[in-house]
Design a protein around this ligand. Structure first.
Ligand code: STR
Length: 417
């Protein structure tokens, strides 16, 4: 049997292993290197080898393949003890039982209520609240300007907005939002020592478990309460499953939408001709949102799935037990899918809706519609209130956080006009 971590890269590929740099600043460089490394690229994640899929068509194929599973127990490097909880990325995979980590019929059981709660139709009901949060945070932006007029659009606007929205949905009190923001920042940062990361994950588990117990005793009209209650004639989720879903929702709901909003603002400010078209009503905000999702994906790399059998893709074989990452930012730049100018930001591009940024198949992002509603409210509101919005520093000075899987910046200093 093939031992996964000693299996050599196929001899005829030659491209070698791409080492994913936890401190990466040049994300476009990383994206281009991975695209050049082939349909399936060998990557190194802090010493741990894995495959990543870099093309739209093959990612689609793999994401529909039931032989690829989320269960960490299927990972050869985990079975053999090479990968342990000491690995800094383990929290991205070994995240407890939830819709994020389970497949098949059990996955449907864990996910149904959440996806039903987040349909475009159901979301119409919370639109007024999202609009209200947005207006409040725009006031906060105005008030937060320093003497030099500079304000951090991330800290004051793009970060709190999704946290408030997901907090309202899941029933997490506003008094906890600052704590959660701080904990997730430390969780995702590669500068956080691993013992601290494990400690904060344990603290979060305690926090979420208490919340679930409280909602069990006194159910309200939020999604957490709905997850606790049994479906008519069905089996209720266990406490562990509700906790797992709750933490997946809060982590995903808050981290990714920050990236969507900020990356869209950044793309527009660095493409003023396109911003003009949007402000003149010639191109819709939906086009901005979809093209941003394609061109500068909030999730850079999605960890991880494991092969339960050998799987052949694009001439390579993923052996049983090997891990597969999906590199969404590279997939968005696929020339086969988006044409030779795939690296250009173009809100009028015909393929702008044909991206795979929310994934594909059974695990496709259940929050996709929610993030589109949030960005669809936040972006026009921001530019309507502050039509002269501009970056306070040259674009090259915007720094990326030391985070391997998310496309997130340290701060986004702007002048409101
Ligand atoms: C963070 C830690 C945790 O407690 C639970 C989860 C499960 C959902 C994960 C989340 C993680 C990390 C960010 C993810 C999210 C699902 C969507 C989001 C991967 C591991 C994306 O970036 C797409």
């Amino acid at each position: 049997m093939n031992c996964p971590h000693t299996a050599a890269a196929p001899a005829d590929r030659g491209a070698g292993t791409v080492v994913i740099d936890p401190m990466v600043q040049d994300l476009d460089g990383e994206t281009a290197r991975l695209r050049d490394a082939g349909v399936l690229a060998r990557i190194d994640l802090l010493g741990v080898p894995a495959w990543t899929v870099t093309r739209h068509a093959e990612a689609r194929q793999l994401l529909l393949d039931p032989r690829l599973v989320k269960d960490i127990g299927a990972w050869g490097l985990w079975q053999s003890g090479v990968v342990t909880r000491a690995w800094p990325l383990i929290g991205m995979i070994d995240a407890g039982r939830s819709m994020f980590t389970v497949d098949g019929a059990e996955h449907r059981r864990l996910r149904t209520k959440t996806s039903q709660a987040l349909t475009p139709r159901r979301l119409e009901a919370i639109r007024p609240e999202i609009e209200k949060f947005t207006q409040e945070l725009l006031d906060a932006l105005d008030a937060a300007q320093g003497d030099d007029g500079v304000v951090d659009l991330k800290a004051v606007f793009a970060q709190p907005l999704p946290m408030r929205v997901v907090g309202m949905l899941m029933g997490v009190d506003e008094s906890q939002h600052a704590m959660l923001t701080r904990q997730y920042k430390a969780f995702f940062s590669m500068l956080t020592p691993q013992d601290e990361r494990l400690a904060l994950l344990a603290e979060l588990d305690v926090f979420y478990t208490e919340l679930v117990r409280e909602k069990t005793a006194r159910p309200t009209d939020d999604l957490t309460s709905a997850l606790i209650l049994a479906e008519e004639g069905g089996e209720p989720l266990t406490e562990e499953e509700v906790v797992g879903n709750l933490k997946a929702m809060v982590a995903a709901g808050h981290e990714t939408t920050i990236g969507l909003v900020l990356n869209a603002v950044r793309a527009l400010l660095s493409h003023p001709d396109q911003l003009r078209k949007v402000l003149a009503g010639e191109v819709g905000w939906d086009a901005v949102i979809e093209e941003t999702l394609r061109w500068d994906t909030p999730t850079t790399h999605l960890l991880m799935r494991f092969a339960t059998e050998d799987i052949t893709v694009g001439g390579d074989v993923i052996h049983k037990g090997e891990g597969v990452v999906v590199s969404y930012r590279v997939i968005g730049r696929d020339i086969e899918q988006h044409g030779p100018d795939a690296d250009a930001f173009d809100i009028t591009r015909p393929t702008r809706n044909r991206h795979m940024t929310f994934g594909h198949g059974p695990h496709i992002c259940p929050g996709a519609a929610l993030s589109r509603v949030e960005a669809g409210i936040a972006l026009p509101a921001l530019f309507t209130r502050f039509p002269g919005l501009r970056l306070a520093v040259p674009d090259e000075e915007i720094t990326k956080l030391p985070v391997m899987t998310q496309n997130d910046m340290t701060a986004f200093p702007v002048l409101l006009g």
